[in-house]
Design a protein around this ligand. Structure first.
Ligand SMILES: [Mg+2]
Length: 171
């Protein structure tokens, strides 16, 4: 149980979406690279439209951090479109909590894993994968885009409840 607790607890739990993650917070911790989940982290799973605010946020990080997108989505065209649109390298079908594709991104960044932040909306995939590699893990609230149908993010909610219940997650 202690092992599970360590592996599920993010280093930082943001009370809002990814736009609330500030460069200074990362730099204070010596972070020089960032791996971003895509669906519900950068863009809602129902949308392909990247908000102007997201583009602006990404441009503010770009000069200071190495950035990769690593998605579990098996829809390669979707992830490619978002990656190309943001002009960022991407990996799809990552199978997080598997470490495999996070390692590929980390090797390309040529940074030690403790200088890389793994940022995503899910405990069971993003946070566990990042923690397993000793990355700085950040959990964000799901991104909501205009025109999204009402969603309850059921899996995410169940995960959070379950891990809280067994004392493995606080935040
Ligand atoms: Mg996600």
């Amino acid at each position: 149980m202690i092992h599970l607790r360590n592996i599920v607890q993010p280093n930082l739990v943001l009370g809002g979406d990814v736009l609330n993650l500030r460069l200074e917070v990362l730099q204070e911790r010596g972070i020089r690279g960032i791996i971003l989940d895509v669906d519900d982290t950068l863009v809602s799973a129902y949308s392909r439209e990247l908000s102007p605010a997201l583009r602006q946020w990404m441009d503010s990080l770009r000069p200071h951090l190495k950035i990769w997108l690593v998605s579990n989505n098996l829809n390669q065209p979707r992830i490619a479109q978002i990656g190309d649109d943001l002009n960022l390298p991407y990996l799809w079908g990552a199978g997080k909590p598997s470490r495999r594709k996070l390692r590929v991104a980390a090797e390309d960044m040529d940074l030690p894993t403790n200088e890389i932040a793994m940022v995503g909306d899910r405990l069971f995939t993003d946070v566990i994968a990042g923690n397993r590699l000793g990355m700085y893990t950040v959990m964000v609230e799901p991104m909501v885009n205009p025109g999204d149908p009402p969603r309850r993010h059921l899996l995410r909610t169940l995960e959070v409840r379950f891990f809280r219940l067994i004392g493995a997650f606080s935040g």
